[in-house]
Design a protein around this ligand. Structure first.
Ligand code: 2HG
Ligand code: ZN
Length: 469
């Protein structure tokens, strides 16, 4: 039966688009963090939406479970097949067309396999901005970005991936193509169907293309690196900045000296613009050339300094210095990785509760694991903290994670829950946080999710074992 399925897939997609050779399928079998390693019946590499639809129809006919995969940069194992060897991986990386760019309508229509950096470049080519931005932008792909409702570094101003979508094209679990590629900004005609698939991690269908919102390209940008005593001081600065500069505040990242020290261990890193404070804010404001951003920023930072609310400040004097600041921030996850990885937490709470969250989690860790190293940073403007815990210096990372990971995560997630927070602000659920989802959401929320899943994928073939599937 599987031989017959493979024969049909080869006939439909062509030999070269159906990989079964061990070496060829290997890169598709594990996730970015190497938390999971699966097996697969075959990796399919369709070239367009019609081929995706045809492949899904064949898999549905043979009742083969399917795992959609994009750039494979996710953190929760949402795109990795299980160990049964029955699941078929459907790679979207050959859906590479930018189908349309409309500078007048401020939209861009692109296929699932286009990388985030390519989308940004296509928008910049017509003097527009596609604002989603994150460390993995060179390799992460649109389909995955939308399926995980990715966040990143400019959510404060522009929102998460979900908020940047006008229309979607989706292959449903039975192989039908839902053509929802509208570019309308107003369309009040019933349920907003595209929302079902955004952040659904490929459990309800496969996104093959999207119409995205573009924005005016900011002519001016100012970036600053500010020393702060703690997270409360950072939150206070954010509030002052927003009062003074409103929506010009584009990014507001918090990073502790602990995280910066990890980055310093990577080869070729620029020196931090300033050190000596317990924590730092990396902030960016952007707008029109005549917005007098620099002056407004200098005034706001100047009065905060005068009131002793912040420490030293460095304003980026060149684009090179600005890029160096961002490089330091974006190098925190790779720095953790070179040390054997961390026990990661991607928690969010209402912004005003952020200092309490950090204090609570720190105190708990210090009490039970006084030697553990911390790497705490995050997207403060979004109330989102990455509270990561590393093995004590000299200890074996794998061993520490295996022995203490569950208890440490229970502590950090417990602190977030007690403050009405979320255990997954931007990284999604996948396989990794499936149990947490069931434990944290109300029975009614889980029931509603399961009903939606049942309605769209009654046989349960689409990305099983992820989210509520
Ligand atoms: C970031 O903010 C990413 O850099 C990764 O969300 C966070 O690795 C992490 O814990
Ligand atoms: Zn993040």
């Amino acid at each position: 039966m599987t031989a017959a399925a493979l024969a049909r897939l080869r006939e439909c997609l062509g030999e070269a688009s159906v990989l079964t050779d061990d070496a060829a399928v290997e890169p598709y079998l594990h996730d970015e963090r190497r938390l999971y390693h699966g097996r697969t019946l075959a990796v399919l590499r369709p070239r367009d939406a019609a081929e995706v639809a045809a492949a899904v129809r064949i898999c549905a006919d043979f009742q083969l479970p399917m795992v959609p995969q994009g750039g494979n940069t996710g953190y929760c194992g949402g795109a990795t097949p299980d160990e049964s060897g029955r699941e078929v991986v459907i790679s979207l990386s050959r859906l590479r067309q930018i189908r349309a760019v409309d500078p007048l309508g401020f939209t861009l229509t692109a296929e699932a396999g286009v990388t985030l950096a390519e989308l940004q470049a296509a928008a910049a080519g017509v003097a527009r901005l596609f604002p989603l931005s994150m460390g993995s932008e060179g390799t992460c792909q649109l389909g995955g970005v939308l399926s995980t409702n990715a966040g990143g570094l400019a959510v404060l101003r522009y929102g998460t991936a979900r908020e940047l979508v006008l229309g979607l094209e989706v292959v449903l679990p039975d192989g039908r193509l839902w053509e929802g590629l509208t570019a309308l900004r107003k369309d009040n005609t019933g349920y907003d169907l595209k929302q079902w698939f955004l952040g659904a991690e490929g459990t309800l269908g496969i996104i093959t293309a999207a119409v995205l919102k573009l924005f005016p390209s900011p002519a001016a940008k100012e970036t600053a690196w500010v020393g702060v005593s703690d997270l409360a001081a950072a939150c206070n600065l954010l509030s002052r900045l927003r009062e003074a500069l409103g929506d010009n505040v584009t990014s507001f990242e918090y990073l502790t000296a602990e995280s910066l020290a990890l980055v310093a261990g990577l080869p070729g890193m620029p020196a931090p613009p300033l050190t000596g404070a317990p924590a730092f804010v990396l902030l960016e404001v952007s707008g029109r050339a005549d917005d007098a951003l620099r002056e407004a920023l200098e005034n706001t930072l100047g009065s905060a300094l005068a009131r002793d609310e912040i420490g030293e400040v460095v304003l980026a004097a060149s684009d090179a210095q600005r890029r160096a600041m961002w490089r330091l921030r974006e190098s925190i996850p790779p720095a953790e990785k070179t040390l054997g990885g961390s026990i990661k937490h991607d928690v969010s709470v209402p912004l005003s509760a952020l200092p309490a969250l950090e204090a609570e989690a720190r105190a708990g860790i210090r009490q039970r694991w006084p030697e553990a190293r911390l790497s705490v940073y995050g997207h403060i403007g979004d109330g989102n903290l990455h509270f990561n815990v590393l093995a004590p210096a000299g200890a074996l990372a794998e061993d520490f994670k295996a022995r203490h990971g569950a208890a440490i995560s229970a502590l950090v997630h417990g602190a977030a829950t007690a403050l009405a927070g979320s255990f997954s602000a931007e990284h999604g659920v996948g396989k990794l946080k499936r149990d947490l989802l069931h434990a944290s959401e109300s029975p009614l929320s889980i029931e509603l999710m399961q009903r939606l899943k049942q309605a769209l994928d009654p046989v349960g073939l689409m990305n099983p074992g992820k989210l509520v599937g």
